[in-house]
Design a binder for this molecule. Structure first.
Ligand SMILES: [Zn+2]
Ligand SMILES: [Zn+2]
Length: 150
């Protein structure tokens, strides 16, 4: 199931939602601001083509590295490395490579910063593009899902 994290436009809190096409709005737990959403059967199937919040089609993907877990693991590995002669740091590097760099990706909407996890068509989504970001955020340009080709 696709996991969606909406950024509240009023207070900036992250709101976790599961796509359900009967749901038409999401309430912020912090400030009670209501965000209208438009989920489709595609979203329920984990396919990301259109943003349920701003209905744009421009997304980028990036590594979904959980910093808190990363820091804790690094501290543990660094302490253990005293007894393992640095092997624990090598192990951490491999864990990082396997778990975080390859498996976890997050798709993000340029326009409204909504995060999408467990996206089935993640491989189709492009990496972050500074020019696109600037044009969407500052000039409100709509690329309609067709990334810039350099
Ligand atoms: Zn809020
Ligand atoms: Zn959006």
């Amino acid at each position: 199931m696709m996991e969606i994290q909406i950024t509240c436009s009023n207070c900036g809190s992250g709101i976790e939602v599961i796509p359900e096409h009967h749901a038409h709005s999401v309430d912020c737990h912090i400030c009670k601001h209501v965000t209208p959403v438009n989920f489709t059967h595609q979203h329920e199937e984990g396919i990301l083509k259109e943003c349920p919040v701003c209905s744009r089609q421009d997304f980028y993907k990036q590594k979904d590295f959980n910093r808190k877990i990363g820091v804790v693991l690094f501290v543990i590995a660094a302490i253990l490395s005293i007894w393992t002669y640095g092997l624990s740091l090598v192990a951490l590097y491999l864990v990082d490579l396997l778990l975080f760099k390859r498996l976890s990706m997050v798709a993000i909407c340029y326009k409204c910063q909504t995060n999408f996890r467990q996206v089935k068509n993640m491989a189709e989504l492009p990496d972050f593009d500074h020019e696109m970001n600037d044009r969407i955020v500052y000039s409100d340009h709509d690329f309609k899902g067709k990334p810039l080709s350099h």
